[in-house]
Design a protein around this ligand. Sequence first.
Ligand code: ADE
Length: 231
Amino acid sequence: WNKIGLIGAMAEEIERIEERLTNEKVIDKAGIRFMEGTFCGKSVVLCRSGVGKVNAAVCTQLLIDQFGVDAIIFTGVAGALDPALDIGDIVISSDCMQHDMDASALGFPRGTIPFADTSVFPADQALVKLAVQAGERQESGRIVCGRVLSGDQFIADRDTVKLLHEQLGGTCTEMEGSAVAQVCAMNGIPYVVIRSMSDKADGSAHVNFAEFTVKAADRSYSIVERMVSSL
Ligand code: ADE
């Protein structure tokens, strides 16, 4: 990989990378700030996509078309769906899917994009392996590979957690990963999503999110740092 796109949705999710970015060149496009430079000795383009699938999709396509990145790493926080996960644990995407894609009234199973060849977008195996290896060197906390479910919804409800985990096989939920994954699939670009759990997407999610996002985002950052250094 010659040039890597690094995306986070919120300021907290990219600021540690921003601090360490050198030879920085800033380009604004479609209301998104792209920071091209060197991070851990590698050429990268860093950006804050903004929250949600549309922002993430536009950001990803621009990284590919305008900046010529040949791999994308998403870093940030998520709500845990797997009851075995605690706040701070890490999920590396095995694949991504959109939980809010729902044409079930027409007979399409929830999460399925009507008339599409696939609705599940696998992450690049080499990037997944590098992320897992980077995570294994982290001192504490669990690191698992699993399905990342995305939707334009902040999930804060136990029944929804159960449904997303049991029916759609989600390990964690957030609001961008699957949009990045789909755009990468459409363009033949490898990707991986790295998410640290800021909450459990339950009735306490809004409180936990406020309290733990910075810490969780830092844990995800640590993996990205080790990963990019090892490239
Ligand atoms: N990101 C972090 N926690 C989340 C949640 N509970 N739902 C959606 N996105 C999140």
